[in-house]
Design a protein around this ligand. Sequence first.
Ligand code: PLP
Length: 369
Amino acid sequence: MSALDVTVDYGAITHNVEVLRSRASGADVMAVVKADAYGHGLAAAAEAARRGGAAWLGVAQPGEALALRAAGDTGRILTWLYGPELPARELIIAEVDLSASSPDVLGAIVAAARDLGVAPRVHLCVDTGLGREGVPLRELGALLDLAVAAQAEGLVRIVGMWSHLAWADAPGHATIDAQATAFREALAMAQEREIALEVRHLANSACTLTRPDLHFDLVRPGIAVYGLPPVPDPAGERFGLRAAMAVRSEVILVKNVGAGQGVSYGHDYVTPYPTTLGLISAGYADGVFRRAGNRAEVSIRGRRFRIAGRVCMDQFVVDLGPVTDVVAGDVATLIGPDGPTATEWADAIETIDYEVVCRFGVLRRKGAA
Ligand SMILES: *Cc1c(COP(=O)(O)O)cnc(C)c1O
C-alpha cells in the first residue's frame, strides 16, 4: 500500500444511479461527472453511471465532455461552464449538447455552427436566483429571440432550458419555491415563442431527493451518485445510497508511552494516561487535511480512534488506548464502509463532503499515474 490508498467501488455508483432513477418521478437522470467525477475517475464513473441507466452525463468543462467522447461514451452529454472562447467546433463535431448562458456564448456557438453546417443541440441557462451561471430572467427574452432566429436559420436546435438552485440542501427554504416560480416563468417565455423543449431541468441531488414536484424532464444529481446524500433521509437509511470512495492507510508503528506525553508538533494532544500510540503513514502532503488534527477519526480493526495532535506532512498519530491488539501493518480506514463516512470527515473539519472526496480524488489520480 502507498501512503494513502484511494479506491472506488464502481458498483456502488451503478447502484446509486438506479436508486436515483427510481426516485426521479419518471424523469431521466443526468449523472453529473464534473471534476473527474467528484474525484472518482471520469471515464470509469461515467461507465458505471451509464450501467445504472443514466441517460445523460453532465460536466462543467468542455474538455471533460471531449474526454468522455474520447473514452468511447456515445450517449447524451451536456457541458455548461465556459465563456465565448469555448471550443465550439470540437464540441459540435463530438455531438455534445451545449449550454448557452449569455448572448455572447450563443453567438460563438452559432458562428461555429454556421461554419460547420451542423446545428448543435442547445440548452438555454437561466439564472433564477443562484446569482451564478445563466442569463438573468429579465434578459432571457433577448436570448430567446436570438436563439429562435438562429433556429429558424437551421443553426441551432433549442432542446433544453435549465437553472440551478441555491438552497436545495435546506428543504423548505423560501428561495427554492421562488426559483421554481422564476423557472416556470422562463419556461412560459419559451412556450410563448413556440419553442418545443425536449428537456427542462432544475434538480440537483438534494432537489431530486426532496422535491419530486421539481423534477421536470431531467434531474442532475452529482454528490448522490457517489453515495453521499446532501440531505438527511427521514427514514434514516441514506436513501439506500452507498458511498463509493474509500481512503485507507497503514499503521507503521505501535509503541507504549507514559501519561503526560505530548504528541506531534506543538503537543496539541497530551496523553491522559499511560497508553499506546499508533503512527499512520499519511499526512497533508498526501491530502490529509491538516485541520483534521484532534478532530477527525479513523477506524482500525473496526474501532474508531480520533487523530491525536497535529497532522504532519506525511504522518499522524492516534491514541490506541492502554491495551490494544493493533499492530504495525494494520489498515487504518480514514473513509470507507469499514470506517467514517466522507460526511463525518467533512463535519469534523467544517467543510462539505464534496470537498473531501474531490481532495482525495486528486490523490487517486496521483496514485494511478
Ligand atoms: C454540480 C452541479 C450539479 C450537481 O449538484 P449536486 O449537489 O452534487 O447534486 C447539478 N447541476 C449543476 C449545474 C452543477 O453545477
